[in-house]
Design a protein around this ligand. Structure first.
Ligand SMILES: Nc1nc2c(ncn2[C@@H]2O[C@H](COP(=O)(O)OP(=O)(O)O)[C@@H](O)[C@H]2O)c(=O)[nH]1
Ligand SMILES: [Mg+2]
Length: 406
């Protein structure tokens, strides 16, 4: 096989030239885009280097057939001294790119070569710009707020939230605040960013609050805590309804709590029964629904639950999420339960994590206020109202050890 290289501006030109010189049997082995620097610098036009192969005999025959001038004989004087039968050069295996080139040629796609190359180049440049932006995204913060960035990320705060928040702080910090003043300001502003339901007692009064969420997150325990606080400490009239009739012992668990606190517990096993029960409990100031728990991946079950929760406009939904999950898992759970249109989130198991970032991310990203926090198994004590600044302090707790000035 004889190899020949062409330098052309476009594939159309190359195909014309090759056909004329070597005939239609010539095979394009590879193409390469080359930018040759000339005096025009940046504006020099890229050329395409096309490598073509052709069997010698065919070349002559075909070129003659086409009336084209045969190419000049090979420069190597020994070229014709060996008969093909006597010396059979090892034919190299076709490389993957050769095979692809052949397919491209066979399909006539080489006409689009220039376009494909251009798109690839644009893509590459965009990737470069993007990675450049990412780098500057991180370094784009000046001291001392830059120190915060890693601390926030380490604590599981979403990088987008951390960056936008720190950009605000940075502007104020530039006004000559001390590091400690910057820290205090950060706690204050970050805390205020988290949507909170501060007055949940009045929000759910004369309403029916349903707690939904995956199995084991602490729905029943949280209902027991709220009921005990309202009934025993605040002397409010409270009633409970359970629609958790799937798990053996689920009703028993809530029944035990209801007995300890001396409040009524009803079981509603169908949406119609739930509607009737809510009506019967209309004189209670606070009514809570404990929902069945199976897997959050069971979409059918979430659909079933929705039929229950749609029976009355009095029903408000709070999604219970465990802090033992990471941000991605919490977001996934939130999205699965979004069909039930939760108006609040309740975070449990705060005692099981050191990283409180997800507690900041999810309410901000999903624009859903935090109603309550649960931080242990003890009923009714391990529960508290959310306090944004307390959460922000926890997330930024490593700062004092880094900073020495007062
Ligand atoms: N550590 C810890 N455990 C909790 C908390 N809330 C509930 N639990 C425990 O989690 C387990 C499941 O709770 P449960 O209320 O039955 O979950 P449900 O399936 O969502 O109703 C029980 O062992 C609870 O004691 C909490 O805030 N912290
Ligand atoms: Mg339960």
């Amino acid at each position: 096989m004889r190899i020949k290289k062409y330098e052309v501006f476009d594939m159309k030109e190359a195909m014309k030239l090759i056909k004329e010189e070597l005939g239609p049997e010539a095979m394009i082995l590879s193409t390469r885009k080359v930018v040759k620097n000339n005096s025009f610098g940046l504006f020099s036009r890229p050329i395409i280097e096309v490598t073509v192969g052709i069997e010698d005999d065919e070349r002559v025959v075909n070129a003659k057939k086409n009336g084209a001038k045969p190419a000049a004989p090979a420069a190597n004087p020994y070229a014709n001294t060996y008969k093909p039968q006597q010396f059979k050069p090892a034919v190299p295996e076709k490389s993957e790119s050769d095979k692809i080139t052949e397919v491209i040629n066979a399909l006539g796609l080489n006409k689009f070569e220039g376009l494909v190359n251009d798109i690839a180049e644009i893509k590459r440049q965009m990737m470069e710009i993007k990675s450049g932006m990412k780098d500057s995204f991180v370094v784009d913060l000046s001291q001392p707020v830059l120190e915060f960035y890693n601390i926030l990320l380490k604590n599981g705060v979403d990088d987008d939230i951390a960056y936008k928040f720190l950009k605000k702080i940075e502007k104020r910090a530039a006004a000559g605040l001390t590091r400690n003043q910057v820290k205090n300001l950060s706690v204050q502003l970050l805390g205020d960013l988290i949507p909170m339901e501060k007055d949940y007692f009045s929000m759910i009064k004369q309403k029916v609050l349903a707690l939904v969420g995956p199995t084991g997150v602490g729905k029943t325990t949280t209902i027991a805590k709220i009921a005990a606080n309202l009934s025993l400490q605040l002397k409010k009239s409270v009633a409970l309804i359970t629609i958790d009739n799937f798990r053996i012992g689920a009703v028993e668990q809530l029944k035990n709590y209801a007995e300890i606190v001396s409040i009524p517990l009803r079981v509603a096993s169908s949406p119609a029964e739930l509607e009737k029960t809510i009506y019967e409990l209309r004189d209670y100031e606070y009514v809570f629904i404990d929902s069945m728990g199976r897997s959050q991946f069971d979409n059918e079950q979430i659909g079933d639950l929705r039929k229950f929760l749609e029976v009355s406009p009095l029903i408000k939904v709070a999604l219970v999420l465990s802090m033992s999950c990471n941000h991605a898992e919490l977001t996934d759970t939130f999205d699965r339960y979004s069909k039930l249109m939760p108006e609040y989130v309740i975070f449990t198991k705060l005692d099981e994590t050191k990283y409180f970032g997800p507690l900041i991310n999810l309410p901000i990203k999903k624009k859903t206020p935090v109603m309550l926090l649960s931080k242990g198994q003890n009923v009714p004590d391990d529960m508290e109202l959310p306090d944004g600044r307390k959460i922000a302090t926890q997330v930024l707790r490593e700062i004092p050890s880094l900073w020495s000035d007062k």
